[in-house]
Ligand binder design. Structure first.
Ligand SMILES: *Cc1c(COP(=O)(O)O)cnc(C)c1O
Length: 409
């Protein structure tokens, strides 16, 4: 997808109804409930005969417009917007999993996804089978008739591992299992997950899409390619919709869990989408340039960014995501004390969690995101005391480099 196509498709999405004032942007519909002329109309809307808004936990015009825009740029079958990335992940797995089923995943997971899998889902009888996703034989041998999904994060955070998605999708599809990916780290303006075999795409829109740390949000993107006849749980819905997953999610799970995106957030994130492509290009380019400079800076022990030629995942990263694999890098200093001293001295780069704000952000993952995990768990998850994670913003590379250089002295 070239950049022109992205903006053209996005900006071409019209409003479903002409606004009475001719508003150029979608109004924020704070409406909670929607009025009907007759009882018959109400029945039809509530029973799904007509597609009308009834209640804003289920659908809302502003949120739906945001979903339509995402659909237009991803060519998806169905898009559901939720109020955080974790809501997207939990809604998706409550749709896919059943008691007695298992999920195949790497131990290199976003902290709350790890906790959701290991603490929340296991208490409902779902087994998590951890394996090395860069080893197709190991993945394949872990899949059985109760596997509900193969789950992968496209660039793991903060280990920066990249699996070959085409290989993983082949392994999954050979065994009739869907490939579910968290693609938060690489914007969908830069790569096409469906082309690489991803069936269900989960995104924290809090990150790039929000437009710069404006709001929490999450997306479930269903590309409509998986045959749900193969799912023990979802096959019963295949006669009702082209995607049994989307059907179950929209008719049951998302209504029952009640984590739909709010209209204010949908408005902000619709605006965020308009500049997504240009912001992503700028911050990723900044990140690559900075990664190269940091490699030669004294005091920096190592730099981890998959856009660097000497990175072990360079080839697979380039094949899948192109020249600019996102705006997150990590680097190691000699010790934890050195990391803390360095962080204290930074001026331009802010000490904060979150990723892909317009402002550059730094965090020491081992003591924060993974602060309550045991040393043994951290070792298994590849979390080191010497690693710092940097999310690169829109500032100039010169200014960022100088801030880092000064803080290392
Ligand atoms: C931030 C993040 C999430 C969770 O998103 P929230 O919007 O904070 O709930 C999930 N996966 C990845 C890779 C993330 O970076």
């Amino acid at each position: 997808m070239n950049s022109k196509e992205f903006e053209d498709r996005l900006l071409g999405v019209g409003f479903p109804k002409k606004d009475v004032y001719g508003s150029l942007s979608i109004p924020v519909y704070h409406a909670l409930a929607y009025e009907f002329e007759t009882a018959e109309e109400m029945e039809n809307a509530f029973c799904g005969i007509t597609q009308k808004h009834t209640y804003s936990r289920v659908t809302n015009p502003t949120v739906q417009y945001f979903e339509e825009r995402v659909k237009a740029v991803t060519n998806a079958f169905g898009v559901t917007a939720l109020n955080s990335g974790m809501a997207a992940i939990s809604n998706a797995f409550f749709t896919l999993a059943w008691s007695g089923s298992n999920i195949i995943a790497s131990r290199y997971l976003f902290g709350n996804t790890y906790s959701f899998f290991v603490n929340t889902l296991t208490s409902f009888g779902v087994e998590i089978r951890f394996c090395d996703l860069t080893n197709p034989e190991e993945v394949s041998s872990n899949i059985d008739e109760n596997t509900c999904a193969l789950f992968v994060e496209v660039i793991t955070n903060p280990q920066m591992e990249v699996s070959d998605l085409k290989v993983l999708s082949r392994v999954a599809h050979d065994k009739n299992v869907p490939l579910v990916a968290d693609t938060t780290i690489v914007s969908f303006s830069a790569f096409n997950a469906a082309d690489l075999g991803v069936d269900i795409d989960l995104i924290s829109s809090t990150k790039y899409i929000s437009g710069g740390g404006t709001s929490l949000g999450g997306l479930i993107i269903d590309y409509g390619n998986f045959n749900w006849e193969h799912s023990y749980k979802l096959k019963q819905y295949t006669s009702l919709s082209q995607s049994a997953f989307h059907f179950k999610l929209r008719k049951e799970i998302h209504r029952n869990l009640g984590a739909y995106m709010t209209p204010e957030v949908a408005y902000m994130q619709s605006l965020g989408l308009e500049t997504l492509n240009i912001r992503y290009e700028r911050v990723s380019k900044n990140c690559l340039e900075l990664a190269k400079l940091l490699q030669n800076l004294s005091g920096v022990v190592s730099v981890n960014y998959t856009g660097l030629l000497n990175n072990p995942f360079y080839e697979v990263s380039k094949k899948q995501f192109g020249e600019f694999p996102g705006a997150m890098l990590t680097f190691d200093l000699e010790s934890k004390e050195r990391c803390y001293g360095f962080m204290r001295k930074l001026n331009l780069i802010k000490r904060a969690t979150n990723l892909f704000d317009n402002i550059s952000l730094i965090i020491h993952p081992a003591s924060t995101i993974y602060g309550t995990y045991t040393l043994e768990q951290k070792a298994l998850m590849g979390i080191k005391e010497t690693t710092l994670r940097l999310s690169v913003g829109l500032e100039s590379v010169d200014a960022l480099y100088n801030d880092i250089k000064e803080a290392l002295l």
